[in-house]
Design a binder for this molecule. Sequence first.
Ligand code: AMP
Length: 587
Amino acid sequence: MLFADAAGYYERLEAVPSRLKMIDILAEMFRGLEPEEVAPAIYMTQGILLPPFEGREFGVAEKLVEEALALSTGHDKRAVEELYIRKGDMGLAAEELKRSTRLKGIVRNSYGIREIYSMMMKIAEAGGPGSKDQKIKMLANMISAASPLEAKFIARYPLGALRLGVGDSTILEALALAYTGSREAKPELERAYNTCSDLGLVGARLKKEGMRAITDFRITLFKPVRPALAERLATAEEIMERMGGEAAVEQKYDGFRIQIHKKGGEIRLYSRRLEDTTAMFPDIVDAVRRIRAESAIFEGEALAYNEETSEYLPFQETIQRKRKHGIAEKREELPLHLFAFDLLYLNGMDYLSEPYEKRRDALEALVMGSEVIEPTRRILTGSPKELERFFETSVSDGLEGIMVKDLKAPYVAGARKFSWIKLKRSYRGALTDTLDLVIVGFYSGRGSRAEFGFGGLLCAVYNRKRDMFETVSRIGTGFTEAQMTELHRKLERIKRGLKPARVDSVVEPRFWVAPKYVVTVNADEITRSPMHTCGRSTDKEGIGYALRFPRLYGDEAIRPDKGPEEATTTEEVIEMFRMQRKVGVKE
Ligand code: AMP
């Protein structure tokens, strides 16, 4: 497929108001692809070069794209920069600059999708002295040969997003429609995706080998599994009732999640967002190296832990180990301890569909004898009273709470299921648990805020079933000056003229933005409200859920570590609403 044709589809995607139409357009595009083009086209649509764990980033800043635009259109750098600031989007700037190009007699070249993709890969791979100029030249060459429409997407791609508003779930549905003729295959495709976290691979397999390859899809070393997530309930009774008998009650540690892959001497660590973090934690790598297994994939929570005093250090301390420089010193100062909680693969055997009990037994045997890695501490019980007692002890030891696990359940990759239920100390009392919300719009500043050009946010939760962002709150307080400046700078760049297709809202902000940034928010209460679409019943008059007295929570409220689909979900808000009523009734 010519890149010009792909750009045509992208242009249509950007303009369409409904998610279902998006799926149709994407499916039409996928049908037109050669087998070898499927993976590159999927990554491109996601705005990435490869999945996050491959660590292949563009290494391209806005200034660099501006220089390439100047070079390839004959406009001077200042003019390019001004146009970009005015438009707030490099793609729109590129399109306009190409239309008014000052260079005559340039030969247009019709590149195919794969050619553009491999040139982008070369740009990412260029490194060392002089690489900046090389990158500029390569990008300028592509833009020179492109039409204004192609230039729009070529300029956006190295900045990490095509701004199409397409999420993984939409791509999966479009793949099912394109290659199996109906959306019904989506759950099976999703399972494969959850097993390898690589949409390009899943799409390419489906195209080349058909549905068989998808149903046979198995866990693979060095392709991280999308992590299992926990549901929440308010009381020990509810949890035990839901478990329906004896369950494992594990301590819940507040550190960071690591997924470990080991094959012989080769060891890789992946974060919750599936980034390769091997280089950050040499102490964990050393400990894994000493484990006696030919190959293994397992998960745990790493936190700074003082063995002499048996003291768990708070998250603020632990997080200091997540760094790119000064790793060796911090390793000395804050040694990590890994509490292993699940086993997914061992010596060639896939454990994903084995019950918890069996996975846990194998996990305990695997890490036995290690000083740095130990299984999570836990009890087995069917009694709410005992669960409650364990919870209280865990909290007074300085932990976050507990995780209750169904003894018979398989590992549910990428999903929030009742096979894991969390109970955190913050659920007790008022709404002290925070929410992670996606910004979908913003307001301009008035009065003393005018100088920041920023007056507040319109925020949404993620509805997994609908794959839509539903608004839940406007936020006008709790910002520091630094946060206002940062938010304004970030949001200006992703402004949209129209409401993005996957946003559901009855409120009109001053400016819409593409769902991209997540913020942590605190509120007094969850209320019912007709103003917001979160959890609204489908009839038009329906009432949704909203936050009372919302405010940004803490200095680290802007969350680069979370993507929009990892925000708090509609189901969670409804659950929190229910729990708050229960607590209210009790007290
Ligand atoms: P939350 O982020 O509050 O939804 O809780 C889920 C997270 O708790 C997981 O992603 C893990 O990082 C962490 N965690 C801590 N202790 C455990 C445990 N015993 N079992 C599973 N996850 C745990």
